[in-house]
Design a protein around this ligand. Structure first.
Ligand code: URA
Length: 438
C-alpha cells in the first residue's frame, strides 16, 4: 500500500471518496497541510464531504482527534492542583448550564478552566451570555487564564486562535458546506478542543431532541459512545449523559435573560430542570475530581453550596476576576433590559404538547439574541421568557411567553416565529423526562 509520502493531497481525497481507509500519517498530513495553508479550503471541503459520506473508522477518528488537538498550543494545567474536569454540551436552546455549573462545582473545590464558543444559528453561546454582564472580558491570554484558575478557582474564556486551530478552520468550513452532522467529525471537533484545553476528565451532555444536533435517541447514543471511546483512547476519562432538548432548558432564552436565570438558580430559586441538570452533571464532576466518593454525596454537597450562598459567592468572585460588575449577583437589574417587551397569550385553551425548540431559538434570534452570520451583532437584552413548559395546562389568552426586543417590529417578527413553534392540544400530555440516560 502507498503511504502518504507518495500520495498527494488530491490522492488522499480520492482515497476517501472511494471508501478507502487512511493510515495515521495520512490523517496527520491532511490536518497539518490544512492548518499551514498548503491545503486550500476547497480541497478540505471535498475531503470533509467524502468523510461525511463514507465515514471514518474507529482508528481514523482517534487519529483525526489527536492530530487536531496537537495542531496548535496545548494548555498545560499541571500547575493547578487537582483533577481538571471539563464539561461540554453539544448545544441547545436556553442552555445556560455553564453559568451555574461552573461556580457551583468550583465552590466545592474542583477547578474549572473552560474555553467556550459563541452563538451561531439557533443555539446560544456561553461567551455571548457572559458578555451581557457589564465589563465582562472573555479574551484573556492563556497564562493569565491559568493564573485565574489557580487563584479564583475558575475561569471561562474565548477559544484562543492558537489552540486547536484545525478545529477553528474546519468548523468554519463545515458550517458552510453541510458537513456538520457527521459523528466522526463532531467527535474530532469536541474531544480535540477539550484535550487541547488541558482537561484530564470530561463530562459530556449530549442533547437529544428538536433543538439538538441529534434529533433521535439512537443518533445521540451513537455520538455519546463514540465521544467516550475516542476520549478514552486518548487517555482521558469521559462520562456522557443524554438529556432532553425537546423544549428549551429552564424558561429564559437570550443572553442577559439567561444570566438572570442562572443567578436565580445559584440562589436556589431556579427552574427545576436547570437545577436538576446542574446538580446531576456537577455530581459527576465532583466524583471525577475526587471531591466525593459517590454521586449522592456529591449532589448533597452541591445543594448545600447553593443553600449556604457559597456557589453565588464563587459566581461573584469569578465575574469580578474577569472585569465584570459583581453587583449583578445581588442586583440582576444591573443587566441590560430590552426597550420593548410583549406578552404573548395562548391562542387557545389546552395543554402545551410540544415546542419546536429550534423554532424557539430562531424566534429569539430574529429579535436580535443570536447570529445568522458570524458578523451579526447581538442584542444582549433580547430574548424570550417562557411561562409554560411541555405538559402545562394553559387557558386561552393566558401568558405563554414574554418577548424582549429593541423595537415593536422585532417583537412582531419574533411573535409570529414563536407561535409557529408551540403546539397546544386538547388532552393532557406528560412532561418529558429531562434525563434520557445518565
Ligand atoms: N460542537 C462542536 O464543538 N463541534 C461540532 O462539530 C458540533 C458541535
Amino acid at each position: 500500500m502507498q503511504g502518504s509520502d507518495t500520495r498527494s493531497l488530491e490522492e488522499l481525497i480520492e482515497l476517501k471518496r472511494d471508501g478507502g481507509r487512511h493510515e495515521r500519517d495520512e490523517i496527520v498530513r491532511l490536518v497539518s497541510a490544512f492548518v499551514s495553508g498548503e491545503m486550500p479550503d476547497y480541497q478540505m471541503a471535498a475531503w470533509l464531504m467524502a468523510a461525511l459520506l463514507n465515514g471514518l473508522d474507529g482508528d481514523e477518528t482517534v487519529w483525526l482527534t489527536d492530530a487536531m488537538a496537537r495542531s496548535g498550543r496545548m494548555i498545560d494545567l499541571s500547575s493547578v492542583p487537582g483533577v481538571k474536569v471539563d464539561k461540554h454540551s453539544t448545544g441547545g436552546v436556553g442552555d445556560k448550564t455553564t453559568l451555574v455549573l461552573g461556580p457551583l462545582v468550583a465552590s466545592c473545590g474542583v477547578p474549572i478552566a473552560k474555553m467556550s464558543g459563541r452563538a451561531l444559528g439557533h443555539t446560544g453561546g456561553t461567551l455571548d451570555k457572559l458578555e451581557s454582564i457589564p465589563g465582562f472580558r472573555v479574551e484573556i491570554e492563556p497564562d493569565a487564564f491559568i493564573e485565574q484558575v489557580r487563584t479564583v478557582g475558575m475561569a471561562v474564556i474565548a477559544q484562543s486562535p492558537d489552540i486547536d486551530p484545525a478545529d477553528k478552520k474546519m468548523y468554519a468550513l463545515r458550517d458552510v458546506t453541510a458537513t456538520v452532522p457527521s459523528v466522526p467529525l463532531i467527535v474530532g471537533s469536541i474531544i480535540s478542543k477539550k484535550i487541547a484545553g488541558g482537561a484530564d476528565a470530561i463530562v459530556l451532555d449530549v442533547k437529544v431532541g428538536s433543538g439538538a444536533f441529534m434529533k433521535s435517541e439512537r443518533d445521540a447514543r451513537m455520538l455519546a459512545r463514540e465521544l467516550r471511546r475516542v476520549g478514552e483512547a486518548l487517555g482521558r476519562t469521559v462520562v456522557c449523559v443524554m438529556t432532553d432538548m425537546d423544549q428549551p432548558l429552564g424558561h429564559a432564552v437570550g443572553n442577559a435573560l439567561e444570566v438572570r436565570e442562572a443567578i436565580s438558580t445559584l440562589r436556589g430559586d431556579g427552574p427545576k430542570d436547570l437545577t436538576d441538570l446542574c446538580v446531576a452533571l456537577g455530581a459527576k464532576m465532583l466524583v471525577l475530581g475526587g471531591r466525593a466518593t459517590d454521586e449522592a454525596g456529591a449532589a448533597e454537597l452541591l445543594r448545600e453550596s447553593i443553600r449556604t450562598g457559597r456557589a453565588l459567592d464563587m459566581f461573584r468572585r469569578w465575574v469580578e476576576a474577569q472585569g465584570g460588575d459583581p453587583r449583578i449577583a445581588d442586583d440582576p437589574d444591573a443587566l441590560p433590559f430590552a426597550a420593548r417587551t410583549r406578552t404573548v397569550g395562548a391562542p387557545s385553551s389546552g395543554w402545551v404538547a410540544a415546542y419546536d425548540t429550534e423554532g424557539v431559538g430562531k424566534a429569539a434570534m430574529v429579535m436580535g439574541a443570536g447570529r445568522a452570520k458570524k458578523e451579526d451583532v447581538i442584542d444582549h437584552a433580547a430574548g424570550i421568557v417562557l411561562h409554560a413548559k411541555v405538559g402545562d395546562r394553559i387557558e386561552a389568552g393566558a401568558p405563554l411567553a414574554t418577548l424582549h426586543a429593541a423595537t415593536d417590529d422585532l417583537l412582531t417578527a419574533g411573535e409570529s416565529r414563536f407561535l409557529q413553534a408551540v403546539r397546544l392540544i386538547d388532552g393532557p400530555v406528560p412532561a418529558p423526562a429531562l434525563f434520557h440516560e445518565l
